[in-house]
Design a binder for this molecule. Structure first.
Ligand SMILES: [Zn+2]
Ligand SMILES: [Zn+2]
Length: 416
């Protein structure tokens, strides 16, 4: 058996791993959004596809696989609906930015038609292999993939993006025993702040902003982060002040249809009964009228309704960044004190900002714990920048694991 890394190796973005045994199985086929969209390498024969979760760095180029063939894609129900939402949005954004997608609506339709939904723990027969999905604890429907050889009993586990420490909405990732572990390494060299403490500080600062008569503007990724933030605000009895705008609305509605994929569906259910949904420019004005909390997309300020709020905030307001801000995005520019690019013109934003690390990825300690408990012979480090992945691999080698950091296009031969 061989594994080929078509993207997401020594980098974060465009995750794509090809399993080449008696069947060719592609695990994720995403894009990397930069100044220019980057794609995973093309591939030949595909017999089956697995989609770990909806985020565009895993799902973004998936419909491309349906240009010349009609393989089955395996994943969970929420992943199907959430990836449709995100792929359709990225098609729109791509066209607007003169970077049209490499596939059309028809290909996306074929992908959705050939999608086989499976629950966590359900065994799926793939000829010489058995496929099982487990909870990855990252976002709604996110899964860890296990491929087991029927002949040898050897197991390959691909973590996708995962989190061990439970969040408010998503529970802890399942630890799956493996012989070969392909793991994400986004934060392999540092730990996230203690979550309880982080939430308390965040809530206190939001309250201070409200008391001062300002707006707490909370740019959030639509899928995952927005729901987590709503749950945090609801638990602190702040939902009476909350407005939700942009794609976060649809993503929350989809997540709510699958309460079995949440640790705390009731909390989100109660939260959305109290919040106000914003859908028009007129509504946006009333959201800014007094002390308010606005949860909206895009999480990195690179588009979406958040931009129309930015220049209208009063002097008591504050911007709460809740996720990693990629180089080149407006969010990063804000953090670096540079002017933002809004509708083609440069604008200086004077509103103060704060950053809260609500990451849905495993931190350093979680990653070590996962590898040790999964207890493979071979560990393959992906979905991390090269330095980070290499530092992690080196530490694992010192513990007696055989760890590798592949580059784009590399093939690794494995006993399976
Ligand atoms: Zn993700
Ligand atoms: Zn990812």
């Amino acid at each position: 058996m061989e594994l080929q890394f078509l993207g997401g190796a020594s980098e974060v973005g465009r995750s794509a791993i090809l399993f080449k045994g008696s069947k060719h199985i592609i695990m994720d086929y995403g894009i990397k959004l930069n100044h220019k969209t980057e794609y995973p390498m093309p591939l030949g024969r595909v017999d089956a596809c697995v989609l770990s979760h909806a985020h565009i760095d895993h799902s973004g180029n998936f419909p491309f696989l349906y240009k010349e063939a009609l393989p089955i894609t395996y994943g969970t129900d929420p992943t199907k609906e959430l990836s449709q939402l995100l792929i359709e949005d990225s098609m729109k954004v791509g066209k607007k930015n003169h970077q049209p997608p490499k596939f059309n609506k028809h290909n996306l339709h074929s992908m959705l038609e050939r999608y086989a939904s499976h629950e966590f723990g359900e065994e799926v027969d793939l000829g010489d292999y058995t496929l099982t999905l487990f909870d990855a604890g990252h976002i709604s429907g996110s899964s860890i993939t296990k491929l087991e050889s029927k002949e040898t009993g050897r197991k390959l586990v691909y973590t996708g993006d995962f989190k061990l420490e439970p969040q408010m909405i998503q529970g802890s990732a399942d630890i799956v025993k493996s012989d070969v572990l392909v793991t994400e390494t986004t934060y392999a060299t540092r730990d996230h702040p203690e979550r309880e403490e982080l939430m308390k500080k965040f809530v206190d600062e939001v309250k201070e902003t409200l008391d001062a008569g300002g707006t707490a503007l909370i740019p959030s990724f639509a899928v995952g982060r927005a729901q987590e933030i709503l749950a945090v605000l609801h638990k602190s009895k702040l939902t009476d002040f909350v407005f939700v705008d942009g794609m976060a609305r649809k993503a929350t509605q989809i997540a709510m249809r699958y309460p079995e994929y949440m640790r705390n569906a009731d909390l989100l259910h109660d939260a959305i009964k109290k919040i106000m949904w914003v859908g028009s420019e007129e509504h946006r004005g009333s959201a800014l009228a007094g002390s308010s909390i606005i949860v909206t997309t895009a999480g990195m300020l690179n588009g979406g309704p958040v931009l129309s709020y930015l220049s209208k905030l009063n002097q008591h307001s504050k911007i709460f960044l809740t996720g990693y801000q990629v180089e080149g995005t407006n969010g990063r520019k804000l953090m670096d004190g540079k002017p933002l690019l809004i509708d083609g013109s440069k604008e200086v934003i004077k509103t103060p900002w704060v950053f809260y690390d609500f990451s849905a990825h495993a931190g350093k300690s979680d990653l070590y714990e996962y590898v040790r408990k999964s207890n493979p012979e071979t560990v393959i480090c992906v979905h991390g920048d090269q330095k980070t992945s290499e530092a992690f691999a080196e530490a694992l080698n010192a513990e007696g694991f055989k760890a590798h950091v592949p580059r784009q296009g590399d093939t690794i031969k494995l006993d399976f």
